[in-house]
Design a protein around this ligand. Structure first.
Ligand code: MG
Length: 161
């Protein structure tokens, strides 16, 4: 049986005025955007943590600390590429990723295909290996009050050889 590893990731960022909303590398028109040191792409961050978690390599805060000015405003797809290279160097590739974005607004369905294209491109996968689902929080709690957007992801890795 092939050597396999699984990891999960979670992230949440605050929604504020005057910031761009970027999810899965796609800029989405909205009156609010996510606050963070990088571009605050919460979906890409959850996916990176799932990939790192699968190999017990820590979390993205360890590799891209928010205290490091180098990562201010960083394109999270660039960070994702670095995490991908890290797992490739260790002899692993991704079998598939699945994820959920929890956002009350805006409607994400029209953007999901583009997000899958962007992420699969960086990770050298087919789009059907990158699952992205969107749900609301049914107006409950902070995400339901549109104070933030959260994302969950799992990644299944398989040994390259
Ligand atoms: Mg984050």
């Amino acid at each position: 049986m092939a050597k396999i590893r699984i990891g999960n990731g979670y992230d949440i960022h605050r929604l504020v005025a005057g910031r761009s909303l970027i999810l899965g590398g796609v800029k989405i028109e909205h009156e609010l955007g996510l606050l963070g040191h990088s571009d605050a792409d919460v979906l890409t961050h959850a996916i990176m943590d799932a990939m790192l978690g699968a190999l017990s390599l820590g979390d993205i805060g360890h590799y891209f600390p928010p205290t490091d000015p180098q990562w201010a405003g960083a394109d999270s797809l660039v960070l994702l590429k670095q995490v991908y290279q890290l797992i490739r160097e260790r002899g692993w590739q991704i079998e598939n990723i699945d994820s959920v974005v929890v956002a009350e607004r805006p409607k994400l369905k029209p953007h999901i295909e583009k997000m899958r294209d962007r992420l699969s491109d960086v990770l050298e996968l087919k789009p059907d290996q990158v699952g992205i689902k969107a749900t609301t929080n049914e107006k409950l709690d902070s995400v339901g009050r549109e104070e933030g957007i959260a994302a969950y992801a799992v990644a299944l890795l398989v040994a390259s050889d």
